[in-house]
Structures are given as C-alpha cells and as structure tokens.
Design a protein around this ligand. Structure first.
Ligand SMILES: C[S@@+](CC[C@H](N)C(=O)[O-])C[C@H]1O[C@@H](n2cnc3c(N)ncnc32)[C@H](O)[C@@H]1O
Length: 210
C-alpha cells in the first residue's frame, strides 16, 4: 500500500542541483499534501516530506558528491526521499543507513535507491539516543521544529564526541544551531514558491564541531 501510494503520487525526476540522482517526487505541492490529508490523516500519517527534495538535503547531497572524502559507514538521519543517502552511496560510503520514522518515506527511499542502482539500508526507528557506530552522520534540513531540533542537536553532540563526522545542510531554518558549527559551502538552491515561499534558497553545508 505504501509503495503503491508513492508510485501513484509521484514521477521519477531529477531534483535541482543534483541532476545525477533521480527520485520519485511530487510535481506539485498542494495536491499531494491534500491527498495525504484526505486519504491518510485518519491513520495518523504525517505530511509527505518524502515527496520533495528539501533545500538542506539538496545542498548536502551536492557537497558530498563534489568533495571526495572518506565517508565510511553513513547514517542519513531524517532521510525523506533518500536523496542524501543515495548521494552518500554514490560518493563511496562503505554502507549507508537511511532513517526516517515515516513508513511512506521508507517506501520512497527503497524505490529511489533502486532507481539509482545503489544499496541503502532503511529503518523507521527513531535513532536519536542510539549508537550505531556510524563514521559519518548526514542531516539534511531537520531543524524545522523546535522539539525535534533540540533532541537532535543534543544527540549529535554525543555522537561528535564519540568521533563521528557530522555534516548538516540547512537553509536557515528557525531551530538550526547557532554555535558548534563550521560553515563549509553555500549554494543557491532552486525551490518552489509553494514549498518555501521563494524561488531560491541560500543553503549552507556545515560541519558540526560541538
Ligand atoms: C524536511 S524533511 C527532510 C528530508 C531530507 N533529509 C531532505 O533534505 O530532503 C524531514 C524528514 O525527517 C523525518 N523525521 C522527522 N523526525 C524524525 C526522527 N525522529 N527520526 C527520523 N526521521 C525523522 C520526517 O519524516 C521527514 O521525512
């Protein structure tokens, strides 16, 4: 049912900034958002974040595809469409785990990994607080809600101290940390007025230093 919903709500296309990756994405924002509300709200299904490539994830994917680095084992936290996980797999990660608590995102990630010919493990567990021994943790556009951002940053602090390399992509969301970060690169990310209320979002990639 989840896979069917993803397939019938999206088309396979390349997002802006990352033409080498193809994803099942919604062409228009409002119809799918409404469809999710109407068809799935009773089951407590969250909005279809997985059907869009968010500015933070796009910048982060571009960054890791362009900069050869030793990623080792990677966690893509809050994977959505799987964009960043797929970029990590293409950039040579030894293994990639995509984590998203939405089961529709899990279905989208599986379809998208297959469409790009890469292997990505998928979990719908909330991994905040866990230690998976990841060498690299990638976080695309996750600081849009205060409680989530606070839990996430506290956990990233612990993981950074344990030696994980942590990279975040963020277009200036309200709850993005203002300290413990080093800016690495900035991109002008094309987006849509429906999603972001503007056509371009200046979006940066940061390393979390703690
Ligand atoms: C704004 S989207 C970002 C998706 C992707 N990283 C990107 O940049 O395109 C946020 C995603 O985080 C997921 N999410 C929210 N809380 C989460 C949690 N505790 N663990 C894992 N995923 C979570 C949502 O389901 C959603 O797919």
């Amino acid at each position: 049912m989840t896979e069917h919903f993803v397939r019938t709500s999206t088309a396979l296309m390349s997002p802006p900034l990352v033409p080498e990756i193809r994803l099942h994405l919604a062409g228009e924002v409002v119809p799918l958002w409404r469809k999710t509300e109407v068809e799935l709200e009773r089951e407590g299904v969250p909005p279809p974040y997985w059907a869009f490539a968010w500015a933070g994830g796009l910048a982060l994917a571009r960054y890791i595809l362009d900069r050869p680095m030793r990623l080792g084992s990677v966690l893509d936290f809050g994977s959505g469409s799987g964009l960043v996980a797929i970029a990590a797999a293409k950039a040579g990660a030894s293994k990639v785990l995509a984590a998203d608590i939405d089961r529709f995102a899990a279905a989208a990630i599986a379809l998208n990994a297959e469409a790009n010919g890469v292997e990505v493990e998928i979990t719908t567990d909330d991994l905040i607080g866990r230690d998976g021994g990841w060498d690299t943790i990638l976080v695309g556009d996750m600081c849009y809600e205060r409680p989530l951002a606070e839990r996430l940053v506290a956990w990233l602090e612990v993981r950074a101290r344990a030696g994980a390399a942590i990279y975040l992509g963020d277009p200036g969301r309200s709850y993005f940390p203002q300290s413990g970060i080093e800016k690495l690169a900035t991109y002008s990310v094309p987006t849509s007025r429906e999603l972001e209320d503007r056509e371009i979002r200046e979006t940066s990639v940061y390393r979390y230093t703690g």
